[in-house]
Design a protein around this ligand. Sequence first.
Ligand SMILES: Nc1nc2c(ncn2[C@@H]2O[C@H](COP(=O)(O)OP(=O)(O)OP(=O)(O)O)[C@@H](O)[C@H]2O)c(=O)[nH]1
Length: 296
Amino acid sequence: MAEERTHKSGYVAIIGKPNAGKSTLMNNILGSKISITTHKAQTTRHQIVGIFSDEDTQIVFLDTPGVISPKYELQKAMMKTVERARSDADIILFIHDPTDKYPTDDVIELIKSINKPVFLVVNKMDAANQEEAEKSAQAIQDKMKIRSVHYVSATMGTGVRELMENVRSSLLPGPPYYPKEDLSEHPVRFFVSELIREQIFLQFHQEIPYSCTVEVVSYDADIDIDRIHADIIVNQKSQKGILIGKKGSAIKELGIQARESIEEFIGKQVYLELHVKVREKWREKEGWVRNLGYGK
Ligand SMILES: Nc1nc2c(ncn2[C@@H]2O[C@H](COP(=O)(O)OP(=O)(O)OP(=O)(O)O)[C@@H](O)[C@H]2O)c(=O)[nH]1
């Protein structure tokens, strides 16, 4: 008979530059799309809680926005979110994309200032050159204390099991914080707004994705269908027309794709109504940014 292991639990923050693959890694670990991912940087804006449980472990992952120098209030709120996750966590996973040539100094500064075990997770190894990846990992190790280095591919799942075993061995014995069947702690409305935002990131370009946010105005769950009304909030009047498109074609397409992904997520038929609202310069105004749920 297999020996029973002590139950362990803890909080693990996933921190790194934009686009490093933080959300992809968390989704791979959980086997479920809890955090939205796109090829565009700064997709994640909130702290996304993802709960991994097995018989003798519960790890509460905190996926965070990519570390940047904030230029406007929304980005400042996003960086506050990273700082909070860093403080709340027992362990930090520093996700590094060796194919990205941008320096990681700001991530190093942020993580270094707190005394916690840091695992360096070198991601995208399916696409990276091993030698170059090792070199860039060494450059990070020269600048800060790293408990162990892991070479993984978040999309393929390679190296993830070893990483999880290592994380587990650094956790302290403790009970589960959440029921074992929970995958997250956010309400369904939150996931709905994130899935709509993901479609905006996928279908629109340049400043548009970075200028929009989504607010679920009403959510009525009937037995066989959920009726959802959501507002897409834009930063400037001129952006409203772009979102709506010629004769409403753009918002119609957005609605179709968003509805499909929401239906897949909740496993139920959905009626989705979208409206575009202008809140002049919302992302530059602290009050609006807070009001719209950022920085919490
Ligand atoms: N080739 C490859 N691509 C990956 C891997 N992991 C993530 N990606 C891709 O990298 C892009 C960014 O992934 P995300 O998971 O959204 O990255 P993130 O770090 O959460 O990004 P932000 O929201 O900007 O902070 C997506 O296009 C992913 O498909 C990987 O292991 N290999």
